[in-house]
Design a protein around this ligand. Structure first.
Ligand SMILES: [Zn+2]
Ligand SMILES: [Zn+2]
Length: 93
């Protein structure tokens, strides 16, 4: 099995903390669906060096070996951790 480095996210929602990989929707509301609700947070641009660091828990693979946790919970399965404080705490889903 080849370990591949993950693509870095370019934006993060400041409310629900979801990672975004496309700049196409920059400045828009998050709109991420959680059941019947939608997140009303704003996306923040995070393209500076130092905005992200490689996740140590999964070694930047986004995967955990344990079958019951196929995606790394610390980094949302992306291999990346956001390094800056968010204005609000993540919404618990
Ligand atoms: Zn959101
Ligand atoms: Zn991870």
């Amino acid at each position: 099995m080849t370990m591949k480095k993950m693509m870095r996210p370019v934006m993060i929602c400041t409310v629900c903390g979801v990672y975004v990989y496309s700049l196409y929707l920059a400045g828009n509301y998050c709109g991420n669906r959680y059941g019947a609700k939608r997140c009303l947070g704003m996306r923040r641009l995070t393209i500076n060096l130092g905005d992200w660091m490689e996740c140590d828990t999964c070694d930047n693979t986004g995967l955990l070996i344990d079958e019951s946790y196929p995606n790394c919970p610390g980094c949302q399965g992306t291999g990346w951790l956001y390094t800056r404080p968010l204005p609000r705490r993540y919404v618990s889903i």
